[in-house]
Design a protein around this ligand. Sequence first.
Ligand SMILES: [Zn+2]
Length: 564
Amino acid sequence: MRVSQLFTKTLRETPAEADTASHQLLLRAGMIHQIATGVYAYLPLGWRSLRKLEQIVREEFDRIGSQELMMPALHPLELWEKSGRHHAMGQILFSVVDRRERKLFLGPTHEEVITELARHQVRSYRDLPQLLYQIQTKFRDEPRPRGGLLRVREFDMMDLYSFDSDWEALDVTYQKVKQAYQRIYDRCGLPTIMVEADSGAIGGKDSQEFMAITDTGEDQIIYCGACKYAANLEKARSVKPEVPREPPLPLEEVSTPGMKFIEEVSGFLRVPKSHTLKAVFYSADGEIVFVAIRGDLDVNEIKLKNALKCTELRLATEAEVAGAGLVAGSASPLGLSGIKTVADDSVTEGINFVAGANRPDYHVKNVNYPRDFKVDLMLDIASAQPGQGCPKCGQGLSITRGIEVGHIFKLGTLFSEKMGAFFLDQNGEQKPIVMGSYGVGIGRLLATVIERNHDDKGIIWPVSLAPYQVYLCGLGMDKPEVVAASDQLYADLQVRGVEVLFDDRTESAGVRFNDADLLGMPLRVVVSQRTLKTQSAELKWRSQSESQTLPLEGLAEKIAGMLK
Ligand SMILES: [Zn+2]
């Protein structure tokens, strides 16, 4: 392709709306264009990279014996009623009503549809295992689209589904898919780590995410350098700091004038935060929930949401708290009734906590569970924090940021039981199919590759994903000898299957080298009057600062070999 004929132009200025490196560079390089919030067009250069990524995914999934199919984007409501998941998905679901007043969803994921297909196709254990995948557009009405292609409302996803006869067989399949994922990331030049993850609205028993480590990642990852334990912060466990146990002392009310925050109370009474009991109020699907946790820990809302099995969880408003008869700032579980109470398991016997007195300006000392209060649920709902002990080996935990570039789930029989996807086993018994679900957002993966591979001048594509492998630049396109030599090299490279973006413009060298760096093709080749004096061309890898001069004779052949 000649740059002079390219549909897109590069941008000098960084667009104001772009908040991450990949977003800025994809816009500046003319690879994507925003059509609406979280809705993008892939322009020719971006589409070429996306297609290459799809091809890598196809090759690796085909290699483990998967079959590609294509499912519809329009899903009838009835299908989602069978799984019941439309409630859990909530407002993420885009819905439409057809001319006959029937409701349909734009598919955010395809477990329902694939289970429906398996229900019809799989009859006996002889039909298993099966691995099926598609590369298809998904729709999710994200509350906060951001980061260009990192979080969007319409996106291409590769989703793979597995069907096995039992859990042991699923374990084998799961390992196989994990390895395919690993190879996909390797081929994209993207190092990832696997972390334990929350299953969220997809559901299922066990789930793991592949995380690319980058400072701009929106996910926080807790990990242990010693034993390689790693988990999304949403799900991470930790050994909570020990607090010395004491014999329980009698309750004692103390005056704490004007104090509402745990820091104030702990400072005033000279007790460490770990000896205070923090009260937090939530609204869970509209019901007020009282949450008690040790003062040195924070509530992990994902863990709490899972514990409460609710769809919507948010902090209660002041009005809601007051309406429930609670005194914010001095609330405690003491003598509380008629309100659902959840406590973190850090709240155990013999700690003599300072807690609210349920009236303004007073707190109570020596509060102990279960002597002084009861709870409806007691479990781990605390956020793991760096410095706390690793749940596997006890060493100190660290925290980093990452971008989720793949999410895999052991669904088990969750969908097959609800939707009636059964098979006959060796003994002629009817059993639900054991399923797995595996997804990669293709656009997000592409953006993440850029997050990891760029400098202040632009993108640095790995050869595997670059829109073109070579950026050929003829310097002095008003000189016939330069035109002739660069045209010849352009033709020779194409004959050898090398993908070339040929900058045939007459702009200054500076402008064109800036574009070459911004677009980030792996190899830049320059033909100029100067190089032609020695019948040569100048080659420079985008990832390196040094250039080399090679003779034009046999150069196309040589370049083809270098890019292999
Ligand atoms: Zn560890």
